[in-house]
Design a protein around this ligand. Structure first.
Ligand SMILES: [Zn+2]
Ligand SMILES: [Zn+2]
Length: 234
C-alpha cells in the first residue's frame, strides 16, 4: 500500500539521509547490488518447527522452512542496525532485493512481514521494507495481515520477550483469506520464536505457510534455546 503520504516521506527522507552505500561509501547508492550480494551466502533450508534442524525433517506436519541470507554478524549485522536505528529505510528495501536475488521462489506465494509491534517508536517497519524489496524482485504480492496482540515497550522488549519464549497467541491473522502459500519475512531470526508464532497464527486462519525468510540468522549455537519444547504443532 503506497500512499501519497508515504511517497512524500520517501522524497523528504532522501534529503534528510542522502544516499551512500554503507559498505563501499559510493554516493547515490542506498546499498549497491554487488556490495549486498557479497554479504550473502546460500544457506540451507531449516525446519522452522524443529528449531533449525534439516528441512524436510521427516515429521509430516512440519512443512515450513526457515531460510536466511547470511549469519547475523559483521557487516550484515551492522546493516540491520542501520535499518533499525538510523532510519535507512531504502537500505532495507535494497537488502530485500538482494535476498530475493539469492533465492528463487514460485510465483504463487505471498510475502507477509512480521509487523512492527505496538509501542515501537520507528516510523516504518524494517521487515515490511525488506519484504517490499523481495516482492518487487520476485513479482509476488505483499500482504500485511498479521497483528501483534500484546504490547512491547521497545524493540529490546521484544527480544527479551522472545528469549523467555513468546506465548502462543501473540499474533492474529487479520488479512484476507489467501489462496497463496505464505512466506513470512523478518529482518533477523534470533531464537525463531517470533516466526514460529507468526506461522501458527497464519495456519490457524487456514492459510498454508510455506516458509520464512530472514536477512540474517544468529549463529547456530544460539538457535534452539527453548524452541523445541515450545513447538505445539506436532
Ligand atoms: Zn557499495
Ligand atoms: Zn521439523
Amino acid at each position: 500500500m503506497e500512499t501519497a503520504a508515504r511517497q512524500a516521506w520517501e522524497i523528504a527522507s532522501h534529503f534528510l539521509w542522502p544516499s551512500t552505500c554503507p559498505i563501499c561509501g559510493r554516493i547515490g547508492s542506498d546499498g549497491c547490488p554487488s556490495c549486498l550480494d557479497g554479504l550473502l551466502l546460500e544457506m540451507p533450508k531449516r525446519c522452522l518447527w524443529c528449531g533449525g534442524g534439516f528441512f524436510p525433517c521427516g515429521i509430516q506436519s512440519h512443512t515450513t522452512f526457515l531460510r536466511a541470507g547470511t549469519w547475523h554478524e559483521g557487516y550484515a549485522r551492522e546493516l540491520v542496525h542501520l535499518v533499525k536505528y538510523s532510519g535507512h529505510r531504502r537500505l532495507a528495501f535494497e537488502m530485500g532485493r538482494a535476498l530475493a536475488r539469492l533465492y528463487r521462489e514460485d510465483s504463487n506465494v505471498a510475502l507477509v512481514p512480521v509487523p512492527l509491534h505496538r509501542g515501537a517508536s520507528r516510523s516504518y517497519n524494517q521487515a515490511e521494507r525488506l519484504a517490499r524489496g523481495m516482492s518487487e524482485e520476485w513479482g509476488v504480492p505483499l500482504v500485511e495481515g498479521l497483528t501483534w496482540k500484546i504490547a512491547f515497550p521497545s524493540q529490546a522488549g521484544r527480544n527479551a520477550f522472545e528469549r523467555r519464549a513468546l506465548p502462543r497467541g501473540v499474533f492474529r491473522w487479520e488479512g484476507p483469506r489467501l489462496e497463496r502459500d505464505i512466506l513470512i519475512v523478518d529482518d533477523v531470526c534470533t531464537t525463531g520464536m517470533t516466526l514460529l508464532r507468526a506461522a501458527e497464527a497464519i495456519r490457524e486462519a487456514g492459510i498454508p505457510v510455506k516458509g520464512a525468510y530472514c536477512w540474517s540468522v544468529s549463529p547456530v549455537e544460539k538457535l534452539n534455546v527453548t524452541w523445541k519444547e515450545k513447538t505445539s504443532v506436532d
